[in-house]
Every structure is written in structure tokens, then in C-alpha cells.
Design a protein around this ligand. Structure first.
Ligand SMILES: Nc1ncnc2c1ncn2[C@@H]1O[C@H](COP(=O)(O)OP(=O)(O)OP(=O)(O)O)[C@@H](O)[C@H]1O
Ligand SMILES: [Mg+2]
Length: 267
């Protein structure tokens, strides 16, 4: 799984060189300040994916990012995880583990060994990695499927293995890219409840990208709404509701409507 030990980048608005900030101060949580990210296209033109995007996430905070397809959400997560670098602006993050939009499970490994991959990459023995991943399988409803190969798992199970892998990476920041998008409504609701419960039990900083505004309001402390490309954060909504939350709570329904209005019906 892609992870970054530390991302600390400071680039002037004219530079394309992406030099790391000299002596960048340690930062708890995530600071994305006026970040721009451009890509070259096949036709030789320049595509501006993110323009002047600013987002701060405090340690332990859960922030959802919603926005129309192609507005740069995955790009933002990859920048936070240090897999890409900004063309302009400043980005500092604690080490972050990415759960990618498409699960990248290795077909030749069992579900349990896929989940423990980040541990193995850190030099943990196979037996110890399995012993650590095992209890998480119970909690994720994957007990009995430890030895199953990804091809024999359902889409929902694959997502859960991928989530387990991200959690087991042990980084202070979790960057989740539409973790439940491919799931049916029932499985999605179950896993949303599970994730809410899990995150309440540990102090992780989370950036959750989702198309599902209800999911964003249900799970997060704050919802950041992005504009269409070039993406930037146009609205931030605080979700100061006690947990566990109910989808039918009128306050939650109202916040959901506010987020949808900010998206202009583009969710
Ligand atoms: N490596 C790349 N090279 C060129 N263009 C890219 C690259 N990665 C992303 N883009 C472009 O940047 C824009 C933002 O892409 P990104 O994947 O971040 O969007 P997204 O908000 O995650 O979309 P979705 O909701 O569909 O997942 C898109 O127009 C995409 O084509
Ligand atoms: Mg994406």
C-alpha cells in the first residue's frame, strides 16, 4: 500500500521544481495551503487539477471531502500521502496511509496476508503480521475468509481487506478514497457504522473522500466541499453532532441538505 513517511513541501507560486521546504516546522495533522497541481495531457495542453486549494485538518479530526467527479479529490489524497508533489503552495502532513479508490490487493496472497502487507514491508514476520491482522478480521466480519484469495472475495469483502490494510499500516493519518462507493446500500451502511465505531476508538486523523454526502455528515467532524476542476475548497461545514449519529436526526438531515446545496446538486 502506498504510504508516505512524511510530506513536507513548500513551493513558490512560480516554481515547478517542488523543492522541499528548508527546515519545515513539524506539523501535527495536515496543512494544505494554496496548493496547485497541474498535469500535462496527451495533446500537450496543461490540465489544472487543483488551484489554490487550502485545507487544514487538526490531529484526530475526521474531515470528509466531497466534490464532483474529476475535481481532484484523489489528487489531493495522493499529495497528502506524499505520492505526488504540488506545483505551487505548501503542504505538510503527518505520515499518511492511503486506501486507494480501487483496491490494490495482490491476487496471489490470501486475504489475511494482503491485510498484513504493510506490516511485512516494515520487517514484521509473516506469523506476527497474521497474528496482528487476525483480530481485525473478526471485527470486519471477515472471519473464516483469512486464507481466501481476493478473486474469491465479494467486492465488499475486498474493500474491507483493503481498509484493514490501511488501518494496519499504523500511520497517524488515514486517507480514504471513496472506501464504500462500490458497495450495496446494506453493506455500505454496515461498514459506515463499523468505521464510525472504529475511528471513535482510536485517535487517527482522517481525510475521507466520498461522493455520498450523507456518509460525510454521518462520519466526520467537518465536511469540505470542493468546486469542479480546477478543484478548491469552496465551503466547509462543521458537524458538531454527538456520536453515534442517526441518518434520520433532523440536524443531520439539515446539514446534508446544506452540503448538497453547496455542491449545487453535483453530488
Ligand atoms: N497522472 C495524471 N496525469 C494527467 N492527468 C491526471 C492525472 N491524475 C489525474 N489527472 C486529471 O486530474 C483531474 C482530477 O483527477 P482526480 O482523479 O484527482 O479526480 P477525482 O475528484 O478523484 O475524480 P473521481 O471522483 O472521478 O474519482 C482529472 O481531470 C484527471 O483526468
Ligand atoms: Mg478519485
Amino acid at each position: 500500500m502506498p504510504t508516505a513517511e512524511r510530506s513536507a513541501v513548500d513551493v513558490t507560486s512560480t516554481s515547478r521544481g517542488c523543492a522541499p521546504a528548508a527546515g519545515a516546522a513539524p506539523h501535527a495533522g495536515i496543512a494544505v495551503e494554496r496548493v496547485t497541481r497541474r498535469f500535462g495531457t496527451a495533446g500537450g495542453a496543461e490540465l489544472v487539477a487543483l488551484a489554490d486549494l487550502t485545507l487544514h485538518v487538526a490531529p484526530g479530526e475526521i474531515v470528509s471531502v466531497v466534490g464532483p467527479s474529476g475535481c481532484g479529490k484523489t489528487t489531493l489524497l495522493e499529495l497528502i500521502c506524499g505520492l505526488q508533489r504540488p506545483d505551487a503552495g505548501r503542504l505538510v502532513s503527518e505520515p499518511a496511509a492511503l486506501m486507494p479508490q480501487r483496491d490494490l490487493l495482490l491476487p496471489w496472497l490470501s486475504a489475511l496476508d494482503n491485510a498484513g502487507l504493510a506490516l511485512r514491508a516494515r520487517g514484521v514476520s509473516r506469523a506476527a503480521a497474521r497474528a496482528t491482522a487476525g483480530p481485525l478480521f473478526e471485527r470486519l466480519g471477515l472471519a473464516g475468509f483469512e486464507r481466501t484469495r481476493p478473486a474469491q472475495l465479494s467486492g465488499g469483502m475486498r474493500q474491507r481487506v483493503s481498509l484493514a490494510r490501511s488501518l494496519l499500516a499504523g500511520k497517524p493519518v488515514l486517507a480514504l478514497d471513496e472506501p464504500f462507493a462500490a458497495l450495496d446500500a446494506i453493506t455500505r451502511a454496515e461498514l459506515q457504522a463499523w468505521l464510525g465505531h472504529t475511528l471513535a476508538g482510536e485517535r487517527r486523523t482522517v481525510v475521507l473522500v466520498t461522493h455520498d454526502v450523507e456518509e460525510a455528515v454521518l462520519l466526520s467532524d467537518r465536511v469540505a466541499v470542493m468546486s469542479p476542476r480546477p478543484g478548491r475548497v469552496v465551503t466547509e461545514l462543521e458537524v458538531a453532532l454527538p456520536r453515534p449519529r442517526s441518518r434520520t436526526d433532523p440536524a443531520l438531515v439539515q446539514l446534508r441538505a446544506q452540503a448538497l446545496a453547496a455542491l449545487g446538486g453535483r453530488a
